[in-house]
Ligand binder design. Structure first.
Ligand SMILES: NC(=O)c1ccc[n+]([C@@H]2O[C@H](COP(=O)([O-])OP(=O)(O)OC[C@H]3O[C@@H](n4cnc5c(N)ncnc54)[C@H](OP(=O)(O)O)[C@@H]3O)[C@@H](O)[C@H]2O)c1
Length: 269
């Protein structure tokens, strides 16, 4: 089950700024490697990508990393070319990079809006632009998994209009492209995480905790979830592994929500 032996994975944003805890991208790369996949990752900071590489290799996996800016077409093409040079194929593409900037339309600066569009949305177009022709020409096709957010489905308690917009648009990009490539052997799906505990969540707590009380901020996030707790990177990674695997071979254009029940609730449990 979920055997990915020698499947070549191209993943963006697998970096880890600390050895404490797991970011979503690092957990996805590690879980795919545990299933036997060969990981090729692009990340803004090479240093944080190398931290993930070391963790994967310490567990016996295979991982190459490269400094990449997913908002830059040349940089993305170089990443794809380097992966092809190393492995000669790309079986799985995981678009994980994403970040939220706060603000409503009136408050958000135009530069911030544009940067959010580039990082969260254009990046997916760019990787797909370069990878789809490769997958289409492979006898075994390929599988693409994009990482969205429940902020693309609902208002989740804080103004982040550009982030929410890009995360919703990403789901539609995935759906329509899935239809265009269904007969070409390439599947595209989206994993939609809810509130996930990562090292970055700690940064958010530093920024947003009312009165600077970080533990209260964590309790508040846990309390929003019908299951009573945030998820973690592994919860997201397990969903990505499933959608990337042959067990999901008849699933395309879908969203798999990993949220402990939030989006099924009206807020009263
Ligand atoms: N955390 C949550 O609660 C949550 C909830 C729902 C959805 N998500 C989504 O899940 C995904 C992962 O989020 P995360 O918070 O866990 O982050 P993460 O996977 O820990 O890290 C994001 C990675 O993206 C890299 N990156 C940033 N800008 C880049 C660029 N221009 N080019 C290449 N790489 C770049 C960062 O590199 P550096 O190492 O250089 O910083 C970092 O390694 C995102 O799409 C996010 O929207 C997260």
């Amino acid at each position: 089950m979920l055997d990915l032996t020698r499947k070549v994975v191209l993943i963006t944003g697998l970096g880890q700024t600390t050895d404490q805890g797991w970011g979503i991208g690092a957990a996805i790369a590690t879980k795919l490697a545990e299933q036997g996949a060969l990981i090729f990752g692009g990340n803004r900071s090479l240093e944080s990508a190398k931290r993930t590489k070391s963790r994967i290799e310490a567990a016996g996996g295979i991982c190459d990393v490269r400094e990449t800016d997913v908002t830059n077409s040349t940089s993305v093409k170089e990443l794809v070319d380097a992966c092809m040079q190393r492995h000669g194929r790309i079986d799985i593409l995981v678009n994980n990079v994403g970040k939220s900037e706060p603000g409503c339309p009136a408050a958000m600066a135009e530069d911030t809006w544009n940067a959010q569009m580039d990082l969260n949305l254009k990046s997916i177009y760019l990787t797909c632009h370069h990878v789809l022709p490769i997958m289409e020409n492979q006898a075994t096709g390929g599988s693409i998994v994009n990482v969205s957010s429940i902020a693309g489905l609902r208002y989740i308690g804080k103004p982040q209009v550009a982030y929410s917009t890009t995360k919703a648009a990403m789901m539609q990009f995935t759906k329509v492209t899935a239809v265009m490539y269904a007969a070409k052997g390439v599947r595209l799906n989206t994993v939609v995480p809810g509130l996930i505990y990562t090292p970055y969540t700690r940064e958010l707590a530093k920024r947003y905790a009312p009165g600077g009380d970080e533990e209260e901020y964590m309790r508040m996030r846990d309390g929003q979830v019908p299951m009573g707790r945030m998820g973690d990177g592994w919860d997201v990674a397990n969903a990505v592994v499933f959608l990337a695997s042959d067990e999901a071979k008849y699933i395309t254009g879908q969203e798999l929500v990993v949220d402990g029940g939030i989006t099924s609730s009206t807020g009263r449990t």
